[in-house]
Design a protein around this ligand. Sequence first.
Ligand SMILES: [Mg+2]
Length: 400
Amino acid sequence: VKVVSVSAIPLEAPQPAPSYWGALTWGGPPGEVGRAYPVAVRRRYTYSEKISTVLVRIDTDDGVTGWGEAKAPVAPAVVAGIVDRLLAPIAIGTRLDEIAVTWERMYAAMRVRGHDSGFWLEALSGMDIALWDAWARLLGQPVWALLGGRFREAVPVYASGIPATGAGGLGEVRRQTEDLLARGYRAIKVAIGVDPQADIPSVAAVRETCGDACQILADAAGSYDFRQALSVGRRLQELDVAFFEMPIPPEHIDGYARLAAALDIPLALDSVATRYRALEFLRKDAVHVMQPDVCRAGGITETLRIASLADAFGAQATPHVSIGSAVHFAASLQVAAALPNLSVLEHWVGGNPLGSALAPDLDEPINGARQPPAAPGLGITVDEKAVERLRLEGWTRSAK
Ligand SMILES: [Mg+2]
């Protein structure tokens, strides 16, 4: 069975409010080069005012269709263009039973031209997921079965998340924590990294509200410098936080190694893409929970390799999810079910206009866990009318 056509479909929907990232990062003012250290403009990544992503659809000569997703939080037309102009011509004509071979063909195509991260690897990730979905559908099996089977029938998830507000907004932090507990979540991530002094009271408020039985995670999005991360990490340790995600910028691998040696709290990293980059951190015992994103790190194929490599170093892994469409959520669940060294899976708890609106049969967590579906492929049915409705305005395919 061969691939006969590939389409990239950029999607866009209004951003659900309130935003987990806070107002500053979402198309807000550029920020000033002020007295703050570290300088905010060096650390804050750009987000769009909309929720956006790119779906990849692969059709085969057997009539089977597969859906994938390439993460594209900004400029989804760029990712879609890469799929159309670069990846589709490579994948068309390849055999569906040779996903790893096709993966290497695609990966090699842009060697020495930024082949191992960013827009390119996100586009490749979408292709890989669509290939897995089509292959599994052809065989009538869920993807998790082709990955070696489930290690668990219910995948524990953490609620992502609650933004730290500083001492002024602790009532709101408590209210959001109570709401998540009422919805059955027993693991909650707090978005810190705003201010090293003000972040801790927010985490402490979550701990006070949910008690000892609750698992708390903290994500600093690479906003601290080393000494701030060390000091915050010590406080998080006292609050029994289960992992400290991206404490410092991911370029500072030695900084991660020094933090790991100085702290007892496990360090996590969501920006890791490809097994080669993961290896650099693992060799230095610098990250304890690898968080490859299936729609960013190289698809299902590469996420499994990164997780397996982490396992060889005694580290855990879990798919990074943040927000994305139903395809992203479904693919992450398939992988999480099949990881022997899974930590706990991320689950977006805000409104998601690209979730069940796109695939009505997308599962919802029950008592803080998701059930990997037994249906073939990714286990969801993409509503093509919804895809058309959410398609980026003005986008037309540039190549066949
Ligand atoms: Mg993160």
